[in-house]
Design a protein. Structure first.
Length: 478
């Protein structure tokens, strides 16, 4: 009985030690040509990389990254003093050996103790070879720009190469089902758009095929991404796909974007970390966008997520600032009707925006001493002179309170023939409704006073009017 007790106690200690050891990471590294140098273990998070661990290699180029808890699974990088690096996978196997040298990190890479990383190394080498072959074939095609037979032969070789890559990917995915490597490669696959037969009586067949491809792509783009799997965040894959979808796959129309924002966000709702990442990416992207009209997307994100109980990582002060910012944007979104303005003229009469009967109206906010206004105001005035008042009119809003400065400026520059107004007591609250925080500020409205463009330069204004009236004249001539 005593011997049995001793054996059982020993077994329990072994099991306890193994359990403790399995809950830690230990990555032995050898960089054969680096002696007593500091190297780093980093990891991806979205489009950025962060340092997780630092070690000093010994006189033989050996060192060990280790910790008493498991690392979050994902793609990690071993960074050398030269800033060169190579990727490794941190999946279920977190105790293994890596060896290479700085001359050729990938081709000299050796892995022991991690079958997944060995497969990942082979995958990297395979892709480097196939990428090189593809580049060479494409260069060859450029040389035979008029030799159709040679081009066809080379394009067929590209198709064979593409099939080799596809077969290799499918094999690795099948062999690593559920593992990080299989998940990553599966996510890298783009939707395969099925071909369609376009009826002969359709004139623009290319447009039909393009729309079919576009429609299929946007519907199946996320088929290989499990939004509950937060391992994706610690790879470069997910961020790149997210960015590509919203900036290159989708048509850059605010209504289209908001529709698919809701679809993508709903996919991530079951995983808090993924949900936060998706929303933060979208909010940062559209709050910093320089593309006109994208503030409508920002308003949608605020109204449906950030200013609701669906987002709990904003403090009260930040939320109040966001509310104020969104309130200023809400009344001047492209496509909305502009806020009516009834302001005093320098003749002490009143002019009203909605009383202007013109095909296009500019609401131009300016001040005489503004350095940029001094350049832009004469250009806007010149443009005003090119059109009949029924075609194009300007409501020029002086934003300051010095009447003498304003009236002298108008008289000295002979700007009396456009509609000059001011609101010294801000009774119309124009700064809020038109979000006027700097001058000059230009809004272009259609004949119904819908906002066509805003915060544009005079060159853009001229281009829009040239196009619109150019089309009108072509139409009239026909």
């Amino acid at each position: 009985m005593k011997n049995l007790y001793t054996i059982l106690t020993g077994l329990l200690l072994v099991f306890a030690w193994n359990a403790l050891f399995s809950q830690s990471y230990k990555i032995d590294v050898k960089i054969s040509d680096l002696k007593e140098k500091e190297i780093y273990l980093g990891y991806y998070f979205g489009d950025k990389t962060y340092v997780k661990d630092t070690i000093q290699l010994d006189e033989n180029g050996k060192g060990t990254f280790q910790g008493d808890s498991l690392l979050d699974q994902g793609v990690y990088i071993v960074v050398l003093p030269s800033k060169n690096y190579f990727d490794i996978l941190i999946g279920e196997d977190q105790q293994f050996y890596v060896e290479t040298n700085s001359d050729d990190l990938i081709n000299n890479l050796k892995i022991k103790g991690s079958e997944e990383n060995s497969s990942f190394k082979d995958f990297q080498k395979f892709m480097m070879e196939k990428q090189k072959e593809s580049t060479n074939l494409q260069e060859e095609i450029k040389k035979y720009n008029e030799d159709s037979d040679s081009i066809e032969m080379l394009e067929n070789r590209l198709k064979v190469l593409s099939e080799e890559v596809k077969t290799n990917w499918d094999r690795i995915i099948a062999e690593n089902e559920g593992k990080l490597l299989g998940v990553i490669i599966n996510a890298m696959k783009n939707p395969e758009v099925p071909e369609i037969e376009v009826p002969e009586n359709i004139e623009n067949k290319d447009s039909v095929r393009w729309f079919h491809s576009y429609n299929y792509n946007r519907q199946h783009y996320w088929d290989n991404i499990n939004f509950s799997d937060e391992r994706f965040l610690r790879t470069p894959i997910f961020h790149n796909k997210l960015e590509a979808f919203f900036t290159r796959i989708l048509i850059q129309n605010p209504d289209t974007l908001t529709h698919y924002i809701d679809k993508v966000v709903s996919k991530s709702e079951n995983n808090r970390e993924m949900y936060q990442y998706v929303l933060r990416y979208l909010f940062n992207t559209y709050s910093q966008s320089n593309i006109m009209g994208m503030d409508k997307v920002l308003v949608h994100l605020a109204d449906n997520y950030y200013l609701t109980d669906k987002v709990d990582w904003y403090d009260e002060e930040t939320s109040e600032k966001l509310k104020e910012h969104i309130a200023k944007l809400r009344f001047n979104l492209v496509g909305n009707y502009a806020q009516d303005l009834k302001m005093e003229t320098f003749n002490e009469e009143y002019a009203r925006l909605y009383d202007i009967k013109a095909k296009y109206t500019v609401v131009y906010f300016f001040e005489p001493d503004c350095g940029h206004c001094k350049k832009v105001t004469p250009k806007v005035y010149e443009l005003h002179q090119e059109y009949d008042r029924s075609e194009f009119e300007v409501l020029a809003v002086y934003t300051q309170t010095d009447k003498e400065e304003w009236t002298d400026y108008i008289a000295n520059n002979e700007y009396e023939d456009w509609i000059n107004v001011w609101d010294p007591y801000n009774l119309t609250n124009f700064r809020f409704f038109y979000n006027v925080y700097s001058t000059p500020t230009i809004y272009l409205l259609d004949e119904d006073k819908k906002i066509i463009a805003k915060r544009i330069g005079h060159e853009t204004l001229k281009n829009i009017l040239d196009i619109e009236f150019g089309r009108k004249k072509i139409h009239e001539n026909n």
